[in-house]
Design a protein around this ligand. Structure first.
Ligand code: GLU
Length: 555
């Protein structure tokens, strides 16, 4: 045994498996040529940021559009960031938006797939097998430097003005310890981290082809980065190389804050003898800063919409959020949508090259517009289902009212839907209550305010006349014709053009007459199709409301 092998045996006495064993345990995936294997790898912070949903959606799209796979891995090596059961919140977030992973973590303590475990804290034995091999090959070594020694090193480098700071080359005190020195320290129980013995050179550069940004040239890594911390837990960097290799990932899609670490990551893949993955570094989701007028990152602290749960609570349908995210993900999505109005989102031919390099601007106003369109394409039954689901969680009072009679709710929510020009007034489920309030006695408060050109007396007269001719069995055309027919006798014209030509000749036009009727029955001047509303309310209620209004106007 040479010294490296002796050191490896000393550091990892319990590791019996080899890297070759792992290669066999996690064989290359049987997927078609060109299939991308991607993953989303959050820390278990319990919080799903809209930027996380964005990246995860990109990862799923990249996999789906190439016949590949995407999985969810939990990266819990940084205990400082972790909260108790920080996994469920993230999984719920994905579930709420219909983002399905093909494998990986599925719950607090559950997972599916052949390439697990998918939680890093359960993979210690895998990292140790790889670490042992690196030590055997002289590519990793234990470092016994204390916090104080590392601080002193940093200060010396500051004072000397070295361009690169960190643990490397001549500064790396533990790099060239003899085996006897290492053995003595280990046996004495001195704490240590395991470091990479970098083979990089300061003057050498390398390029990699970022899937979104194209070719990027960077200097090689020269620092002896930490691979395993004193407790044997890997750093993000080492875990990334081991996990993405053995989980057979082809494309790593992650935030662009990791670009600076690519030289180290490539060095790690090479040292381990793994083929490097391809990288796609995603720019953060931005928002317009009201104060400066510029762009800034969406902030967890300042912006409620940074949390995915905000969209669930507001009641944005998942389809709308995903549809909107796709407009941010690929610049050609809107063209595709126009050409494929009914196409399923996951059929969109996603491409990395069409992604923004500078950060997509998240605009709540645009999201609302998209949402209005998405909801306008839904039928009454779907809107009913979503409304009930939302109200049950977030507006129990409204739920108690609207869940009482689901068939009635469906009638209410079917008004002006499924037609050539469906209504587009609802962007979020939290608006439904207000938009249907006049169709429920428990929610309805009359508001008899009239447009300026109509007096209370006129209104009473119009309503009395209408009550005499109203026939609940009329179809839409007959129903409106009856209102038109009323006009002349009351001094109004059924013809708006005629009124505009000579306004002094009439008291008003058919629009004024229907406004009076609308206000009397709904308390509003603008509503969807009034005939449909009358049909849903039913004759008795319509008549009662008209009678109440007449009584009000007569004082
Ligand atoms: N766990 C890392 C993070 O939360 C993920 C980076 C990656 O996707 O590789 O930032």
């Amino acid at each position: 045994m040479n010294d490296n092998q002796k050191l490896a045996a000393l550091l990892f006495p319990d590791v019996t498996e080899t890297v070759d064993d792992l290669e066999r345990r996690f064989p290359p995936r049987a997927l078609p040529e060109g299939a991308k294997v991607t993953r989303f790898a959050p820390s278990p912070t319990g919080f799903l940021h809209i930027g996380g949903l964005f990246s995860a959606f990109v990862s799923v799209l990249a996999a789906k559009s190439s016949g590949g796979r995407c999985f969810l891995r939990i990266e819990d090596t940084d205990k400082k960031r972790e909260i108790a059961d920080g996994v469920s919140g993230i999984i719920e977030g994905f579930r709420a938006f219909g983002i399905d992973f093909d494998e990986g973590v599925t719950g607090f303590d559950s997972e599916v797939g052949d390439y697990g475990p998918y939680v890093q804290s359960r993979r210690a034995s895998i990292y140790h097998v790889v670490a042992k091999k690196l030590v055997e090959e002289g590519l990793a070594y234990p470092c016994f430097c204390t916090e104080e020694e590392l601080t002193a090193l940093r200060e010396k480098q500051e004072a000397a003005g070295t361009l690169i700071k960190g643990y490397f080359g001549e500064w790396a005190a533990c790099r060239n310890l003899t085996f006897a020195e290492q053995e003595e320290k280990i046996k004495s129980g001195a704490p240590y981290v395991l470091r990479l013995r970098s083979t990089g050179e300061e003057t050498r550069k390398f390029t990699f082809d970022d899937q979104i940004r194209g070719k990027i040239e960077m200097p090689e890594n020269i620092t002896d980065a930490v691979l395993l911390k004193t407790d044997g837990i890997p750093t993000y960097h080492f875990a990334h190389a081991c996990d993405d290799h053995f989980m057979r990932v082809t494309h790593v899609i992650r935030g662009d804050e990791w670009i600076a670490s690519v030289p180290l990551h490539i060095a790690l893949f090479r040292a381990c003898g793994f083929r490097p993955v391809k990288y796609a570094h995603v720019a953060p989701v931005m928002k317009e800063d009201a104060e400066t007028g510029g762009k800034r990152k969406l902030s967890k602290r300042k912006d409620p919409e940074a949390a995915v749960s905000y969209f669930v609570e507001e009641g944005f349908p998942k389809e709308a959020v995903l549809e909107y995210l796709l407009t941010l993900i690929n610049s050609n999505f809107e063209d595709w949508r126009r050409a494929n109005p009914d196409g399923a989102l996951f059929d969109f031919p996603f491409s990395f090259k069409k992604m923004s390099q500078s950060g997509a601007l998240f605009d709540l106003v645009k999201l609302r517009d998209v949402s209005k369109n998405v909801i306008s394409r839904m039928d009454g039954a779907t809107v009913t289902l979503y409304t009930l689901e939302w109200a049950k969680r977030f507006d129990p009072d409204f739920y108690a009212i609207c869940a009482r009679d689901e068939a009635y709710l469906r009638q209410v929510l079917s008004i002006d839907r499924g037609t050539a020009k469906p209504r587009k007034d609802i962007a979020v489920w939290s608006q439904v209550k207000d938009s249907v309030s006049y169709l429920y006695d428990d929610l309805y408060t009359p508001d008899y305010a009239l447009p300026e050109n109509i007096s209370a007396q006129d209104a009473a007269e119009i309503l009395a006349a209408y009550a005499r001719v109203y026939d609940a069995s009329d179809d839409k055309d007959a129903w409106f014709q009856r209102i038109k027919d009323l006009c002349e006798g009351l001094g109004y014209t059924p013809n708006v053009k005629e009124y505009k030509k000579d306004p002094d000749a009439f008291r008003g036009h058919v629009g004024d007459v229907s406004t009076v009727i609308r206000v009397a029955v709904t308390g509003r001047r603008n509503t969807p199709d009034l005939h449909a509303i009358f049909c849903v309310l039913g004759e008795e209620k319509v008549r009662a409301r008209i009678a109440d209004a007449i009584a009000f106007y007569k004082g």
